[in-house]
Design a binder for this molecule. Structure first.
Ligand SMILES: [Zn+2]
Length: 273
């Protein structure tokens, strides 16, 4: 008799359980949309257009692959959680950029040569973006760029004027308190292509790294004062500019000391540190 009484209830319970499972599934399917979105990371616009000499570190093996420099920036941003990267590489990438990109990014990084073919209003928007508080990161040949745009030279702090030395050199850390240099100690040795500059003045920048002139044949350089700064920061209007002359070759981009120098320089320019 018990079986007779309970038997009809089993389908009812099973129906209830099925309904519960369906409801649970519906809630689970719906829940991700209802949860608050994680705040978006700051975005870095990385420009590696080469109008003149193209360095190996920014060459893509194929159009849809990342160069070593692009991959490094993406890895640094992702591993630190500090930023995401939007990449501009080809002439077409640069030509089709519109000025509203600067409402979507917190800093711009240039590893460029020659004249990146921004439309005139977009180039003006970039200069205005930094004046109004955006970040700018110049790496190595960013100073070998836009010679015909003096406002750009002022922004980055100098123009390239040859590279007298490609060898192992000693660098002096002038400011060991900055986040981009404090891991480097009082000085360090590195093998790289070493730039000299024109249209550069200590009055306009805060020097982070300089060449130790006793580590090279200083007679190859042009400066009577032997003052070869290789990384600096400056304020440009309300914006922050970080420049490092390092980064010619692959071995530098794979060097942990350079990677941290660059990561912290980007973070400083974004304003996160
Ligand atoms: Zn170079």
């Amino acid at each position: 008799m018990c079986d007779v009484v309970t038997a009809p209830r089993r389908p009812a319970l099973r129906r209830g359980a099925r309904l519960g499972l369906l409801l649970l599934a519906a809630v689970l399917a719906w829940a991700p949309d209802a949860s608050p979105q994680a705040p978006a990371r700051p975005r870095l616009l990385m420009v590696t257009y080469s109008g003149g000499y193209q360095h190996d570190v920014v060459r893509r093996a194929s159009p849809d692959r990342r160069s070593l420099a692009e991959q490094t920036a993406e890895d640094l941003g992702a591993q630190s959680g500090a930023f995401d990267v939007t990449r501009l590489y080809s002439r077409e990438d640069v030509e089709r950029l519109s000025a509203d990109i600067f409402t979507k990014v917190r800093a711009v990084l240039f590893y460029t040569t020659g004249a990146p073919p921004f439309r005139p209003e977009v180039r003006q928007a970039l200069l205005r973006f930094v004046q109004r508080g955006g970040g700018f990161v110049g790496v190595h040949c960013a100073t070998d760029t836009w010679y015909e745009v003096p406002e750009y030279g002022e922004l980055v702090g100098a123009y390239f004027d040859g590279h007298p030395w490609t060898q192992r050199v000693r660098l002096v850390v002038e400011d060991p308190t900055h986040s981009s240099t404090k891991h480097l100690g009082p000085g360090f040795e590195i093998t790289d292509e070493i730039y000299q500059f024109r249209s550069w003045s200590r009055d306009k920048v805060h020097v982070l790294l300089r060449l130790d002139p006793s580590s090279v044949d200083v007679g190859k350089g042009k400066r009577a004062d032997q003052d070869y700064a290789l990384s600096w920061i400056r304020h440009h209007g309300r914006g922050r500019v970080f420049y490092t002359a390092l980064g010619h070759g692959r071995e530098v981009w794979e060097d942990e000391r350079f990677r941290r120098h660059l990561l912290e320089g980007i973070r400083w320019a974004i304003g996160a540190r």
